[in-house]
Write a protein that binds this ligand. Structure first.
Ligand code: SAH
Length: 563
């Protein structure tokens, strides 16, 4: 919940806008400002104060505790010009909140936390538990001192500017080690603990068994990602509570699935009870990985039979491949999600001219694998291979990366051992459509005229089908130096079914600095004005030039009424 506090009329007006925009996330605190701030600080995760920073600092000072638990506080000035992240930039989420509030109120977000201001990923914002010398190592990163990244367990981290040698260390490990003096430990969620338990096994017995197994194997409980067991035990109180106490999800699988997993220590007891020769080992190993602790049983001091078993597996790191569309060119047509994914990736793969388009957005330490025109398959393979190593990779393409672009060759290569995140982009047909008017108001298709990968017969058949079906057609890759007869041929096919006066829009470099566009007709189009930076949109039989804009009516009743 976000507590909102204001004092003046202008502040209250801005406060009300925020409250109206986020009714479920906000709570308004009325009354004397001091009481309101104190109450909100105690009750909310975040505060937005429409007050001077000085006033807020004085009110907050006696309340401040620890940056990991204090609420995040954002101040908005009387003029609504700035949204200042005042307290809890990372831990309290105030930096992000300042950006959100700024977006909503048209205010400039002000963030002074060093790692954010310089575009570095804060060590405490990586989404992994962190231990050790966070401040010292962050300082070293900022000062450009050499920091070594020691990845015992690979994990898809955001970029960090690291060196081969240095006095400060970021160590990614699931082992139960203590951080050295200039060292930060990042805890990847790499361990899966398989558990079995007989009916009524006490939670203490299950927990103790898990903790002992981890301790004996020298593993950190903070790297436990999940408990795993068989479906039949999904409601077994000892197991359910153990997962709750560890703060991890409980994942269950069917007995058939577990029975199919090869394990070193099968036995008859679980086979008779739940239908699989192994619960703990099989559940831990079901997602693949390396068995670090084979099945062990709980010890019972009172001489009773043991009621629980467990096994620990280090699961393979899942890499992260983001396939990101950059839009047609203009920075404000690059989506915020695309921007976030570009900054999330430690490896960026793309065509050099597209990398240039977004280079300034990348975080320091991003490894850039750029290549020239062609080499598409190789780029796709590279991106998938890097993700396969457990890294966070962004594969970029102009417009939408799934439209005549990198997504399909990449996903044709990828197996299910990586996560794939697609970020849609504004494709050329849409960017051009917006410039031309409303040419895509009814059914439409895109056709690429490049016969490099597709036989011309196939292309021609599709053009003919579009012509007969009276679809609006956008031609991608319409004409290059070596391919100049395809466009006239395609237009001639369309002309067999459409009037010579059918509007045709030609848009070159949509949303780029040298954008140009022309509205002409099927009969008057000069193919020489078309090149590979261009899309050509041909109207259907209902498309009209209205006040210089290309308009395809939404319904054909409109056309009947007009004729
Ligand atoms: N993935 C891209 C398309 C790649 S195919 C997208 O979704 O837009 C390359 C073709 O797209 C070019 O030959 C051209 O026809 C078209 N194109 C891409 N960007 C363009 C732009 N900004 N303006 C006009 N046409 C563009």
């Amino acid at each position: 919940m976000i507590g909102l506090i204001s004092a003046t009329a202008a502040g209250t007006a801005a406060r009300d806008r925020l409250a109206a925009a986020w009714p479920d996330r906000t709570r308004v605190y009325e009354g004397p400002v001091g009481d309101a701030v104190r109450a909100a600080f105690a009750e909310c995760e975040q505060l937005v104060c429409f007050l001077a920073t000085g006033a807020v600092v004085r009110l907050l000072a006696p309340l401040l505790g620890d940056k990991t638990t204090d609420p995040g506080v954002v101040c908005v000035d009387e003029g609504g010009r700035f949204a200042v992240s005042l307290v809890g930039g990372h831990g309290g989420g105030a930096n992000e909140l300042a950006a959100e509030v700024g977006e909503l109120l048209g205010a400039q977000p002000v963030v002074t936390t060093a790692t954010d201001a310089t575009g570095l990923a804060g060590l405490d914002t990586l989404g992994l538990p962190v231990e050790g010398a966070v401040a010292a190592v962050s300082r070293a990163l900022l000062d450009g001192e050499p920091v070594v990244l020691d990845t015992e367990v690979s994990w898809p981290l955001p970029p960090l500017p690291v060196a081969a040698e240095g006095s400060h260390v970021i160590r990614v490990t699931d082992r139960a080690v203590q951080p050295a003096e200039h060292e930060v430990l990042l805890r990847p969620p790499s361990l899966v603990v398989g558990v079995g338990a007989s009916k009524g096994a006490p939670v203490e017995e299950v927990l103790e068994l898990i903790q002992e197994a981890l301790r004996d194997a020298g593993l950190s409980v903070r790297s436990v990602a999940e408990l795993a067991t068989v479906d039949a035990k999904s409601a077994e109180p000892g197991i359910v509570r153990a997962a709750e106490r560890l703060g991890v999800p409980l994942v269950t699988r069917s007995a058939e699935e577990l029975a199919a997993v090869e394990v070193p220590n099968p036995s008859d007891a679980p086979l008779a009870a739940v239908g699989t020769p192994s619960v703990a080992e099989a559940a831990a190993l079901a997602g693949g990985g390396e068995l670090l602790v084979p099945k062990r049983k709980s010890a019972r001091a009172d001489g009773h039979a043991s009621m629980a078993t467990c096994a620990v597996v280090r699961r393979p790191a899942r890499g992260r491949l983001a396939v990101v569309g950059l839009g047609p060119g203009a920075r404000d047509l690059l989506t915020p999600r695309a921007k976030a994914e570009l900054r999330r990736a430690s490896v960026l793969v793309g065509l050099d001219q597209y990398v240039d388009q977004i280079r300034d957005l990348l975080r320091p330490g991003t490894r850039i694998l750029e290549s020239g025109l062609g080499a598409e398959e190789e780029r796709a393979r590279t991106a998938v291979a890097e993700a396969g190593k457990g890294l966070a990779v962004a594969l970029i393409g102009s417009g939408d990366a799934g439209v005549y672009a990198m997504a399909s060759p990449a996903l044709a290569e990828a197996s299910d051992d990586i996560d794939v995140i697609g970020v849609p982009g504004v494709t050329a047909a849409l960017a051009a459509g917006a410039i031309l008017g409303a040419p895509l108001g009814h059914d439409h298709v895109s056709i690429s005229l490049s016969d490099l990968h597709t036989p011309w017969e196939v292309i021609e058949r599709r053009v003919r089908a579009a012509a007969e079906a009276d679809l609006v057609v956008t031609f991608y890759n319409p004409r290059s130096r070596g391919r100049d007869w395809q466009l006239p041929k395609a237009l001639a096919i369309l002309a067999e079914h459409r009037e010579p006066t059918t509007p045709v829009g030609v848009v070159r470099n949509a949303s780029r600095p040298d954008e140009s566009s022309r509205l002409t007709t099927l009969a008057a189009l000069d193919p020489a004005t078309v090149d590979m930076m261009t899309v050509v949109t041909v109207g259907n039989t209902a498309t009209r030039d209205i006040a210089g804009r290309m308009v395809t009516p939404r319904g054909y009743r409109w056309q009947e009424a007009a004729s």
